[in-house]
Design a protein around this ligand. Structure first.
Ligand code: BYC
Ligand code: FE
Ligand code: FE
Length: 471
């Protein structure tokens, strides 16, 4: 399944044979490039960057590494190969053949899911656009740009679906993807986490650990979709997502490692005096990004989610691995409820609890990296443990949005919240401090003082490889 790179838009969907679609996408392409120039990474157009480009759809060897200028990146349309005889695996249409076209009665819901997914991708590029100016190393700069071009390609993936299957309103939605902007007061991005700032590299590492991980879980759920083109598109996107979360996990780990080294070296907890980021500040960033990311799963009880599931549009992640009837009409699931000052668990219909179920699995996945970070801290003999905050903490969506909770999950008054907010979330002063350590380092092999070097480089290259060439 090779990709045709002689095309203006590289693809494995036979674009050449569909002239109308090809023309529509070739019309959208210059708007996309203009958006990239206006709102993509700043001052990056002339750089030669050692990037991977997808060249094959197979599980192995799909990536090619070479120096590329980003505006010339080969953004394309790549779907995993069709699975012969694939069926819808859940909901009321279970057992029927997967749809190769959009069923009329589910058109609006499918469009909404695809638009919501697509909207996050360029949003993240916008959020990260200033980070290149304060990169800690060429290795990190290259990883930032790799993630940016792949998020750009994920937008392409959703725009392909809109153009191919949704006619005129699909084309309008594709344009609107480039008109909403992260943090824009008039035309913001759809989901709240994508309107927050990513002001520094600690925020970037937390974002790619926690928020890209929401991407993983949402894509896994959409990969189960009975609408086959959506499923195949998401499956290929998932192969790119692993690297984004890797950058986040190793990024936070390297910051924690450097902090512990400075603590040992100078025999102090006050690493700020030595240009490091203290562990309590790392914890506050973690609290912020985790809480924004758990919001992305929606309400604890959601009739939207139940309808998407019953219709066969969006499954649970790894749907076929569950040993139940995949219809869930008679099943229940345990969800939290607020009773006075307490949070109690109650049985709710499994169908309306789909969002909460996915959030539960996400939290378990998040915990794994936190344990690896703590191992590094322990190895340095430092007595400090990073923890995920309680899911009720700092929520703006769902049950817990109505009240205030501490990171330990205790209900607190508005007054106490205001008094202690800066203990729990990055304060203006924390942000200002972190900004002071973010000085650009662009010499091959050199690393900023606040972060440890990576264990290994990219594509078998050494860490001091010239990952980005300035011209
Ligand atoms: N912010 O019934 P509910 C990624 C709205 S990340 C603002 O629970 P539902 C990436 C909701 O729209 C993955 N609004 O909603 C990562 C609804 O509005 P209406 C992105 C929110 O639909 C890093 C109302 O509240 N993909 O790929 O069950 C870098 C009631 O809520 C939010 C997807 O999200 C929020 N956080 O669940 C780059 C997959 N949450 O109906 C990329 C597609 C809820 O009252 N999206 N609302 O107008 C979905 O599956 C669903 O839309 C959601 C929401 C799971 C997000
Ligand atoms: Fe993405
Ligand atoms: Fe991603």
């Amino acid at each position: 399944m090779r990709i045709d790179f002689s095309e203006k838009i590289p693809n494995n969907v036979g674009l050449k044979e569909n002239r109308r679609l090809q023309r529509a996408l070739e019309n959208w392409q210059p708007h996309y490039i203009q958006w990239w120039r206006d709102l993509g990474p700043v001052e990056s157009q002339e750089l030669d960057i050692y990037l991977r480009t997808a060249i094959d759809i197979g599980a192995e060897g799909w990536a090619n590494y070479d120096y590329v200028r980003m505006p010339e990146y080969r953004w394309g349309i790549f779907l995993t190969p069709p699975e012969e005889g694939r069926q819808i695996n859940f909901g009321m249409n279970k057992g029927k053949p997967a749809w190769q076209d959009v069923p009329g009665e589910h058109r609006a819901d499918l469009r909404r899911l695809i638009v919501t997914q697509g909207d996050t991708e360029p949003a993240s590029v916008e959020q990260q656009r200033l980070l290149g100016k304060v990169c800690p190393s060429l290795y990190d700069l290259r990883n930032l740009f790799q993630i940016n071009v792949e998020e750009g390609r994920h937008l392409w993936a959703m725009v392909y679906l809109l153009h191919t299957y949704f006619g005129r309103d699909g084309r309008e939605e594709a344009e609107a993807m480039l008109e909403r902007h992260s943090g824009d007061p008039d035309k913001p991005r759809i989901l709240q986490a994508f309107n927050e700032e990513t002001p520094d590299w600690l925020a970037f590492f937390m974002f790619t650990y926690f928020t890209d991980r929401d991407g993983k879980f949402q894509l896994l759920s959409l990969a189960e979709s009975g609408f086959d083109p959506l499923s195949r598109t998401c499956r290929f996107m998932l192969t790119e997502e692993a690297h984004h979360m890797f950058v986040g996990e190793t990024g936070v780990m390297r910051v924690a490692q450097r902090t512990c080294e400075l603590m040992r070296e100078h025999d102090t907890n006050d690493v700020r005096a030595h240009g490091g980021i203290d562990l309590p500040t790392i914890q506050k960033y973690l609290n912020f990004h985790f809480s924004c990311s758990v919001d992305l799963f929606g309400q604890e009880l959601s009739t939207n989610a139940a309808n998407f599931y019953t219709a066969g549009l969006k499954g649970r992640h790894r749907e076929t691995k569950f040993e139940d009837d995949h219809v869930l009409e008679d099943s229940t699931y345990r969800v939290p409820e607020i009773r006075g000052d307490d949070i109690v668990m109650v049985e709710a219909p499994a169908l309306t609890s789909i969002n909460e179920h996915l959030r539960d699995d996400y939290v378990v996945d998040c915990q794994r990296g936190v344990e690896r970070w703590n191992k590094v801290i322990r190895k340095h003999g430092v007595d400090f443990e990073l923890t995920l905050p309680h899911r009720a903490f700092h929520r703006r969506i769902g049950l817990f949005a109505e009240e205030r909770f501490s990171p330990q999950g205790q209900r607190v008054s508005e007054a106490e919240w205001n008094r202690r907010r800066d203990e729990w979330l990055p304060s203006a002063e924390d942000h200002a401090f972190v900004r002071t350590v973010m000085q650009p380092v662009t010499e091959p092999g050199k690393m900023a003082n606040w972060v440890a070097p990576p264990a290994r480089g990219v594509d078998g290259k050494p860490p001091d490889f010239e990952y980005v060439r300035f011209n």
